[in-house]
Ligand binder design. Structure first.
Ligand code: KIV
Ligand code: NA
Length: 265
């Protein structure tokens, strides 16, 4: 695919070709991830945690999400760019939800929005899809509801919650979601859902059967070394590498080894 669209993801699912997705919040990182061939860039509200330093995703605003999305869109050419609707920008009613989604599409040039929840927000999803805006669903551990859950533990381990999850999957598909993220649920449940769903299922902490995988880019690069749930595979220890580079720079400055004659005018 020269340029990834929502249709590309559907074709990839039908071919059994896995979908790669990472979060991204800025221009420089977007360029690197896009040129590396990532399929989907998610401007996640996890920016609230990894960029802004908040404990939860709740404080980040729609204006702040729009800023991050603008930066990511400028840095990417091939990837599908999906933007999280932040907490408070869509839960009140479908009109407000649509207005928020329209702001993201108009002001950023991103290609789709993502929303957490099932039955509770289904009218808003229908309204946004009805306006021609692609919507990605997000079920399982939905971090905007953390104070309702009380914990970041695995969701849908019991039959009752698993049954509700399956009903929500049906609802999201029927409402026209082009894809659904499943976060931190048992691998067997995610397999069952993936095998019966018509739209690509993207997992995070949801086992290997999903049609694709997503991680927070700071986690997989090892920039967030105080956070290591077992679903994160660390491909790099960037915190250590960056720390060593900065120490070398400090040493060079302190010992007057930087800059040298060639590094000046
Ligand atoms: O905001 C985020 O990073 C996400 C992914 C983890 C799915 O929603
Ligand atoms: Na998110």
């Amino acid at each position: 695919f020269k340029k990834i669209t929502t249709q590309s993801l559907q074709i990839m699912k039908s071919r059994g070709e896995k979908i790669s997705m990472l979060t991204c919040y800025d221009y420089s990182m977007a360029k690197i991830l896009d040129r590396s061939g990532i399929d989907v860039l998610l401007v996640g509200d996890s920016a609230s945690n990894v960029i802004a330093g908040h404990e939860t995703t709740l404080p980040i605003t729609l204006d702040q999400m729009i800023y991050h999305a603008q930066c990511v869109v400028r840095g990417s050419e091939r990837a599908l760019v999906v933007v999280d609707l932040p907490f408070g920008s869509y839960q009140s009613n479908p009109e407000i939800a649509l207005a928020s989604a329209i702001r993201i599409m108009k002001e950023t040039g991103a290609h789709a929005v993502k929303m957490e929840g099932g039955l509770e927000i289904i009218d808003s999803i229908k309204k946004i899809v009805g306006a021609g805006i692609p919507v990605m669903g997000h079920l399982g551990l939905t971090p905007q509801s953390i104070y309702q859950f009380g914990t970041y533990a695995v969701r849908a381990k019991e039959k009752e919650e698993a049954d509700k999850l399956k009903i929500d999957i049906e609802l999201l598909q029927n409402a026209g979601c082009f894809s659904i993220v499943l976060e931190k649920i048992p691998a067997e449940l995610a397999r069952e859902i993936t095998n019966t769903s018509h739209v690509p299922i993207i997992g995070i902490g949801a086992g290997p059967a999903c049609d694709g995988q997503v991680l927070v880019v700071h986690d997989m690069l090892g920039l967030t070394n105080d956070f290591h749930p077992k679903f994160v595979r660390k491909y790099l220890n960037l915190e250590e590498l960056m720390g060593n580079a900065v120490k070398s720079y400090i040493d060079d400055v302190k010992s007057s080894q930087f800059p040298n004659e060639k590094e000046g005018y």
